[in-house]
Write a protein that binds this ligand. Sequence first.
Ligand code: SF4
Length: 712
Amino acid sequence: MREARTTCPYCGVGCGVVASVEKSEIVDVQGDPQHPANFGRLCVKGSALHETLGHGGRLTRPIVDGVESDWDTALDAVASRLRAVRDALGPEALAAYLSGQLLTEDYYVANKLFKGFLGTPHLDTNSRLCMASAVAAHKRAFGADAVPCCYEDLEEAELVVLVGSNLAWNHPVLYQRLKVAKQRNPLLRVVVIDPRVTDTCELADLYLGLKPGSDARLFTGLLAWMAARNKLDRVYLEAHTQGFEEALAAAQEQDAGVEAIAADCDLDAERLETFFYWFASHLHVVTLFSQGVNQSTSGTDKGNAIINCHLAGGKIGLPGAGPFSITGQPNAMGGREVGGLANQLAAHMDYDTPGARDRVTRFWATERLVPCLPEGPGHKAVALFEAIERGEVQALWIMATNPAVSLPRTDRVRAALAKCPLVIVSDCMANADLLAYADIVLPASSWSEKDGTVTNSERRISRQRGILPPPGEARHDWWALCEVAKRLGFGEAFGYTHPSEIFDEHARLSGFENGEGPDEWRRLFDISGLAGLDRAAYDALEPIQWPVNAAAPRGTARLFIDGRFATPDGLARMVAVRSRPPAQALDAARPLRLNTGRVRDQWHTMTRTARSPRLMNHRAEPFIEIAPEDAAALGVEEQGLACLQGAGGRYVGRVRVSRGQRRGEVFVPMHWNGYFSGSALSGALIDAHVDPVSGQPESKHGAVALDPLPVE
Ligand code: SF4
């Protein structure tokens, strides 16, 4: 028996795991007591990790045109077909669609190949569905996508506000930490703002079950309320921000009276004012927000409305204070670090970061190769599949994600995939929904085999270690990308033999060798303190929060503690936010508001978690949660079957009548895929409206009709 330390591959908490290995099997997993994200805790999903392993359902051989093949043939086919599309139609006909499940090293190599050497800007990720609005809000407010807080802040706060976050189910170890903090400090208050009453409400001193989509109204109302009651931190505003008057004027365009705000949010005015008072009267406030805020056509504005209130009260850059966006996936943050979004170039730089193209070009150039970086941003996830639908993109490499289930309008996504002349799929699981569209399938390594790093929601880089060899001919994604790069003539720039070499290059680029780069950028994103690690040091790397550099060799717990932001003048920007309703309008044909989300014991499209009977026991079937009054009016009963009709299809599920559900609204889980239930694709119900700034789809605000299904 041996023990190996690694990181959980599920949510953005990024818990450390100790795996017990006997012969060639992981027989047990425990929380790593030394990991600062979880200090030994694990949730149900994490503690069942070893139950989801094994060779069943794994892809173990490459497949070319439906026939099992070998790696050489498959890699030759990938390279020659990508080249043919590029030669015929130009680089912009190529695209990659990645995943927050990939390791940072995989992401780095994919970005370098597609943007740097194939020259296409169209590389995006399923993290677009998760935190893109928070990224955009950070950039608008702070001048850079940087999360100010750390998990300890939840324990140091006087008030924790959870907005659009079912922490108890979706980030359970953070919920456990908050629960313990509350037990230790009876003065710590928790406010939950969510249309649904969830298990998270058990911790709530105050629950605000607001109308879906009214978050921006609530937080612009809070800003106006603070101004009216002289609860602003004028000194902080003056010294560290710009744009306050415009932000306040926008907030005051709607009636700023508590009664009016409460009416617009469908809340009790007294409870709302209690929240306003608590927020304004405490300095140490953390507002933790997640998908309920982000997955909206005004998600970026909602994020900025929250950040505005923190800036206006000086509640940022202090222990126990700040707006805190929590990512859904284990490495959504790592992808942001290495250019894994279509609007990024590389290493946190955008296309319009001064001098960025030149610097990345010089950094990636070799003796004989010069990168051909695109001029500007590429298509974001939803737009990417629309470009495929139009025939503009004709070659797509999908890695570790299933857009045929998870994107809005899965009917259109599937049609686009069917039409795309070249679809390459790299995955560890034989994922029937997607493989149906694949011309070439590459078997990838999975958790316990992958070797590299991930970064969690508090900017903490942790090692995910390769504990077992990949089964059959499964290989690491970075390796497959490098092999294709070599076949395309770019071998000189992709000669990595180990993930530590990729990490080293990423760390050096983040630090802008030779002291190049804007000061603020260097201050925030520099991990050059981790450059130069040899294999042994890389393997032994302990969890550490960026930035990590000469000034902060042990990492950085909190950002903006000196009140300087990454804008040219160092001032944070307050954004004028005007509340607007969801784009998916309700009407007589589709009168119910649809909310989608996770359940406690499943992960994404269930390819792994459904392998554990223990996890399946929690919610064994697709379901539709509905308020008792609506159930009665629509003639459906607990445990009966019902059908939802949405923008692009139907969803059949078992009815769960819940008093936690608001009237006029229904909730469905997002997990069930075509293999488990082809008639319960939540993506089919959602129309493809996106936030105009972030490109994040409006997955929390579908419009559906519900019909009872007769039981035969
Ligand atoms: Fe894994 Fe998240 Fe659970 Fe931690 S909280 S064990 S990272 S799923």
